[in-house]
Design a protein around this ligand. Structure first.
Ligand SMILES: Nc1ncnc2c1ncn2[C@@H]1O[C@H](COP(=O)(O)OP(=O)(O)OP(=O)(O)O)[C@@H](O)[C@H]1O
Length: 409
């Protein structure tokens, strides 16, 4: 094979592989180095190597970007035993030491109760905890949701739609686990392929406000975890404060293929079986499409993410609400401020548009949703009961096919 394109030109090693992300021929050592450095850059808020490349229009280093973490933070790694979260646990441990982030790391696993799948992957997580010397907490759906495991849910509702239950339950279970562990922040192994798929799915559904949310590298973090050392786990589960825990995706720009290669060359111990209850059909199509596009042009993945980010920032224009709807008053204020700066023509035009919009939105139902605590479990929700409690109610009543799409925020 050709000489490594990242080694010093005077003494290059032989390339061993082609980087899936850039198609550069690289040696193993340079592959490890560039992969780890890109994750470090993502964590530090520098962006990816591509974002820093001044030849790429619109993707220059953005000065206002901040590090994902603060020194001293307690961070739980969502650990499923699969390739992404195993590499994440390894890399977080490595970078925390190498760059002295000062993080207190631990592993948090949710046992969904899928026999023949999760039990085997949890054994892997237990080994990872020893290999990386990280404390591990395992929390099960069964203990959180009154005996409902995913095996039981599927036997009740069938395979169709089961991923909705699992996703809603897991999200809440991770928050509850974070409370028990008293952590400030959860990181997950969602990678660039996952984010690109989600962007595509939301675009295909015409759900642009979700595009904005799914490209955010960090979400939540609006309240601090409850700290009370006098309680045992069961008591704490009963007394959770309403809040959303901060969540981040350090692999947002890392390609799935590179994660697999990294795990392979580092000989990491991970579990590689797919969930027996299979992913939802629609995501499956988006996944296949992203993989086809990647085969034609590898940058398609990161370009889809950039497109999602660009849509997200256009939603954040002055005068726009989080859901993407124009706020007439804010639009007029922004236009008047612009006029004061000398942009009188633009201001007049914007004020005229705002007038039209005001008329058009006057009779429309107000869509702003107020966050409150779930009347049953105390989790943050925009309705009286959170999604998990509504789904549980359906299961317990034997009327399990609740239309969660309607209930989704
Ligand atoms: N049971 C679980 N317990 C803890 N964290 C989980 C669990 N399932 C998923 N996660 C977190 O969510 C991320 C994305 O999950 P997803 O179901 O998409 O799995 P995946 O892409 O196969 O990832 P992995 O290879 O880590 O299993 C995981 O990388 C992990 O951080």
């Amino acid at each position: 094979m050709a000489p490594c394109s990242l080694c010093p030109p005077a003494s290059p090693r032989r390339a061993l592989l082609r980087r899936p992300k850039t198609l550069q021929a690289v040696c193993k050592e340079c592959f490890f180095d560039v992969f780890e450095t890109e994750i470090h850059h993502t964590i530090m808020g520098y962006g990816t190597a591509e974002q820093l490349d001044p030849t790429r229009p619109g993707h220059k280093a953005r000065p206002g970007l901040k590090s994902l973490f603060t020194r001293g933070e307690r961070v739980a790694i969502g650990a499923s035993g699969g390739k992404d979260s195993t590499v994440l646990a390894y890399i977080m441990t490595l970078l925390n030491k190498r760059y002295d982030y000062g993080l207190d790391l631990c592993l948090l696993s949710i046992d969904e109760g899928i026999s023949g799948y999760r039990d085997a992957s949890l054994d892997t997580v237990k080994r990872n905890a020893e290999q990386y010397a990280l404390p591990l907490k395992i929390l099960s759906y069964s203990e959180l949701y009154g005996g409902w495991t995913m095996d039981r849910v599927v036997s009740e509702i069938g395979k169709k739609g089961n991923c909705t239950y699992c996703g809603v339950f897991r999200r809440q279970a991770l928050d509850r686990g974070a409370d028990l562990l008293e952590v400030d922040h959860i990181v997950t192994g969602h990678n660039a392929d996952d984010v690109a798929e989600t962007v595509l799915m939301n675009v295909l559904r015409g759900d642009i406000s979700r595009v904005a949310r799914c490209t955010a590298i960090t979400t939540g973090g609006d309240k601090q975890p409850q700290r009370d050392d006098g309680q045992d786990d069961a008591d704490r589960l009963e007394s959770l404060l309403p809040r959303t825990i901060k969540r981040s995706k350090p692999f947002k720009y890392a390609y799935e293929k590179e994660i697999v290669m990294y795990a392979y060359f580092k000989k990491l111990d991970y579990h590689s079986t797919e969930c027996i209850y299979a992913p939802t059909a629609y995501r499956g199509y988006a996944r296949a499409l992203v993989k086809d596009l990647e085969a034609i042009r590898p940058s398609a993945i990161v370009d889809l993410i950039y497109s999602g980010e660009a849509l997200a920032s256009s939603l954040a224009l002055p005068g726009r609400r989080a859901g993407g709807e124009w706020d007439a008053q804010a639009l007029v204020d922004a236009a008047q401020a612009q006029a004061a700066d000398g942009g009188a023509d633009a201001a007049q035009a914007a004020a005229a548009v705002a007038g039209v919009l005001k008329g058009r939105t006057a009779g429309r139902k107000k869509t702003a949703q107020v966050q409150q605590s779930c009347a049953r479990c105390g989790s943050m929700t925009s309705q009286r009961l959170c999604q998990a409690c509504m789904l549980l109610e359906g299961l317990n009543k034997g009327a399990a096919k609740v239309d969660v799409q309607q209930q989704a925020a």
